[in-house]
Design a protein around this ligand. Structure first.
Ligand code: ADP
Length: 264
């Protein structure tokens, strides 16, 4: 149900009454609207790299190919755009499989702290100079029911975002807390942050707080949407806190397995 309020003014701009229009936006209409928006987003997102590629390839055909300095640059742009498009189509395929539930999780009993250390080790090997990672992981063993490949995708996405959106560098804190029935995982960066009114949208498909910048950084705007679906498929929840110019923390939970009943 949607309600619109308007005030009625007379000639002297005095309020003489109110009008309230209440309309029923059915669930079906909403789904239909979302679908239309999605198709329009996909078309737009794919057209942008294609248009860029078209103009670079045109310039090459018209003679730039002979210029030893310019040609490799233009080919590089075309290659980047192609790669980004492939990433986007792969992400879209994954999302559409998840939508029709053709996406079985392959879960196994996993000790999360050790698993998380391994993920961070991999990032540590290949870290931009100005970034450091700080681990705040508990000592004990905590078992969760995990599809490791999918969770790796989630963590890769969230940690890469933390690095990508911290252009000035600094320390990224990776934390795991035992909350009795679940683990609370958080990734805190000292980066650009996200405005309050945009914060809850970052988990939507194709939402990017700053389109121009994130395109340049190679983003598809689908990473967090996929992460959210994957976390929820693990019966967890995901959310974020942020302050513009100060940084962002992404949180998610994972249900803990009963420690005594092994192998379930
Ligand atoms: P992208 O491929 O654009 O990074 P994501 O779905 O991963 O797509 O993220 C969606 C948007 O959320 C990003 O474009 C960015 O605007 C914002 N965002 C995500 N993580 C962060 C972060 N750690 N700091 C600031 N902004 C972020």
């Amino acid at each position: 149900i949607r309600a619109n309020f308007s005030t009625v003014l007379d000639d002297e701009d005095e309020v003489t009454g109110f009008i309230t229009v209440i309309s029923d936006v059915t669930e079906q209409e909403k789904v239909e609207q979302e679908r239309r928006e999605f198709v329009s987003n996909v078309s737009h997102e794919l057209r942008t790299p294609l248009t860029t590629m078209k103009s670079y390839v045109e310039a090459l055909t018209e003679g730039a190919w002979q210029d030893k300095e310019i040609a490799p640059k233009f080919l590089g742009v075309a290659q980047n755009e192609t790669e980004r498009m492939i990433r986007m189509v792969n992400d879209l395929l994954q999302l559409s499989k998840m939508d029709v539930k053709e996406y079985p999780l392959n879960r196994e009993r996993t000790e999360f702290v050790n698993y998380f250390h391994q993920i961070i080790d991999r990032f540590d090997m290949n870290l931009p100079e100005q970034i450091s990672l700080r681990r705040e992981l508990p000592k004990g063993q905590y078992y969760v029911w995990l599809d490791k490949d999918k969770m790796t995708q989630v963590l890769d996405n969230i940690i890469s975002n933390a690095i990508k959106y911290s252009p000035e560098g600094g320390e990224i804190r990776l934390k795991v807390e035992n909350k009795r029935y679940h683990l609370l995982v958080s990734i805190q960066d000292p980066g650009l942050g996200i405005a309050y009114d945009k914060l809850e949208k970052i988990f939507e498909r194709f939402y990017r707080a700053d389109k121009a910048r994130t395109r340049k950084l190679g983003g598809t705007g689908l990473g967090l949407a996929i992460s959210k679906e994957l976390i929820e498929a693990h019966h967890g929840q995901v959310w974020a806190k942020s302050k513009e110019g100060k940084g962002t923390t992404v949180f998610f939970t994972l249900p803990l397995m009963n420690q005594k009943r092994r192998g379930i």
